[in-house]
Ligand binder design. Sequence first.
Ligand code: ATP
Ligand code: MG
Length: 302
Amino acid sequence: MARAVVVRNLRRTYGEVVAVDDVSFHVDEGEIFGIIGPNGSGKTTTVECLQGLRSRSGGEVEVLGLDPGSHGTQVRQLIGSQLQESNLPDRIKVWEALDLFASRSRSAVDWRELAERWGLTGKLNAVFASLSGGQQQRLFVALALVNAPRLVFLDEMTTGLDPSARRLAWELIAAVREHGATVVLVTHFMDEAEALCDRIAVFHRGRVAALDTPGGLVAAHGGDSRVIFSTGEGDLSWLGSVPCVDGVARRGRRIEVSGHGAVLAHTAAALGARGIYPADLHFERPTLEDAFLNLVGGHGGQ
Ligand SMILES: Nc1ncnc2c1ncn2[C@@H]1O[C@H](COP(=O)(O)OP(=O)(O)OP(=O)(O)O)[C@@H](O)[C@H]1O
Ligand SMILES: [Mg+2]
């Protein structure tokens, strides 16, 4: 499969600070590739190096076959970009910004249609400074798509969006991919990464701590599943020897059985064999958030 992005041993330092230490990954064409990681783990530095907006201190980068370090202008014509710290002049009107960005691109996208899809039609004559945070964010994402890019970088696209705008953004990103574009998505929302991304790189302290499909990350790093139920039954220590069970914890009437594989089926069968049929028995699988916390530790930043 053709590669939209190839990163080899990328390094970026700011004086003493090593923002990106030794990052390697590739993004296939047509893929939605996620980057997640704690604050300060090097996500924005990496995607801005890929867009030729920051220089690199070491390593090699190819974006659509070009080196963004030496061919930044060419790369930026082919990509769409929504930056974490985007900005526009206060007095520019929404339609002017869309028209300006559309006129700079070679492919003709109808920006009115894009404005409509992003719920900006009623704001076309409003100046940028008068938009709410979420409306500004919608405008930035619309501007990132206005040149019908082959590759789109979205850095915290949905931060500040209300829940329905966030869902809309997900649909639009999926649609962008269906039109054949590749998406690199930096996000702090685990549900977003899980729902949208084909593969996800987990950044930690300027390195890639893990890279896999969402399901692969959860299976490898998410930890145990839990079977939870309530019972007045006294001694449940025998549960510890049921297949696939790793541990049993009790809090009053509430029992939490942790385990792997077919722990639910084995636990339910073992309970049933002893005449215990708890009405509230349920199963909790580890999530991407569990995998994230296990990989980077629970205390966030570096
Ligand atoms: N222009 C700069 N000058 C000095 N240090 C910088 C600069 N930009 C980033 N850094 C440092 O590089 C590290 C990585 O920053 P970066 O913005 O890439 O992180 P991030 O993963 O995008 O974080 P966040 O989730 O908060 O957006 C941080 O320690 C940050 O302080
Ligand atoms: Mg960032």
